[in-house]
Write a protein that binds this ligand. Structure first.
Ligand SMILES: C[S@@+](CC[C@H](N)C(=O)[O-])C[C@H]1O[C@@H](n2cnc3c(N)ncnc32)[C@H](O)[C@@H]1O
Length: 289
């Protein structure tokens, strides 16, 4: 199971978002779209994969009501502990924390009406296994609804000028060394279809996450902490052979550019969904499942 310190990191994100109305709005839009695509109704059984502190689970629990239940699955015990406290405080006793790897779910086949996940599968190396587990635990007719950030396709409107070769070096390191930077939306849709899901489709939403950086130090802090543990972007760049001087140059340029009127940071987020076919349902030509 992964050992990245997600719980503390997620706490930091929540604190930041609580001070930033625009970020909160963006996150809530993502949550509502994932949950609405999952078609949750009162009484339904939902599974939230890689639930973290319960960003999807708690709202899913409100939608399914006390006659339904939400299995909140995560490999990080600390995150599950915090989620339990929150669910208790919100009076959502039908949120059931499950400590497990999402490639090996301790849930019976056909248990769930819906499986949801946000920002999880892009960090999982054995994605095929995880999707097969989703398929197994869904009842016939059950729905899968996922949203993943496409870090490899993040668009920075920066004129790198003399630092362009350095930026290209950084991108090449991330694409070859960082799991989330080799993750692509169309690959996920293909994998969902190959797992056997019907009506699998996707939609890419371009979230504008533009914000200025005070200075190079702030850019480096962001690169260090934008993801936890071994997923840290700064650590990956260093391990991939970028010198501190090269990183400083890039960070300085980025900070300067972030104050320009034309500067933009656009993060595409990929929503993917599918449905497990009903028993006896005829398969569309040329598909599995
Ligand atoms: C970026 S966080 C997202 C948390 C939550 N879905 C949200 O939207 O706030 C990723 C979560 O996935 C969990 N995770 C990563 N790999 C996992 C695995 N193989 N099995 C179970 N959980 C995993 C992490 O512990 C972490 O809580």
């Amino acid at each position: 199971m992964p050992t990245d310190p997600w719980a503390g990191w997620l706490d930091g994100v929540e604190r930041e978002v609580s001070r930033d109305r625009r970020a909160a709005l963006l996150r809530n839009q993502v949550r509502d779209r994932v949950l609405s695509q999952a078609g949750l109704r009162p009484g339904a059984v939902a599974v939230d994969l890689g639930c973290g502190l319960g960003f999807l689970s708690l709202e899913a629990a409100r939608l399914v009501g006390p006659e339904g239940r939400v299995y909140a699955v995560d490999s990080d015990r600390e995150a599950l502990g915090r989620l339990s406290v929150r669910a208790g405080e919100a009076g959502l006793a039908h949120v059931i924390p499950v400590h497990a790897d999402l490639c090996k779910l301790p849930l019976p086949a056909g248990e769930a009406d819906a499986v949801v996940a946000r920002s999880v599968l892009s960090y999982v190396e054995e994605r095929g296994k995880a999707l097969r587990e989703c398929f197994r635990i869904l009842r016939p007719g059950g729905r899968l609804s996922i949203c993943e950030p496409l870090l490899a396709e993040e668009e920075l409107w920066v004129d790198w000028d003399l630092q362009l070769p350095l930026w290209e070096k950084a991108v090449a390191i991330l694409r070859s060394e960082h799991p989330a930077y080799s993750f692509r939306g169309p690959d996920l849709v293909r994998e969902v279809r190959e797992t056997g899901f019907r009506e699998a489709d996707f939609f890419v939403w371009y979230a504008d996450v533009t914000r200025p950086f005070i200075d190079a130090r702030e850019v480096k802090r962001e690169l260090e902490g934008a993801l936890p543990g071994r997923l840290s972007i700064l650590k990956t760049l260093r391990a991939g052979g970028m010198s501190e001087e090269e990183i400083d140059l890039l960070a300085r340029r980025w900070a300067e550019e972030s104050w320009r009127f034309s500067y933009r940071d656009i993060l595409p987020c990929c929503f993917v969904w599918g449905r497990k076919g009903e028993e006896g349902e005829k398969r569309p030509e040329g598909t599995a499942g």
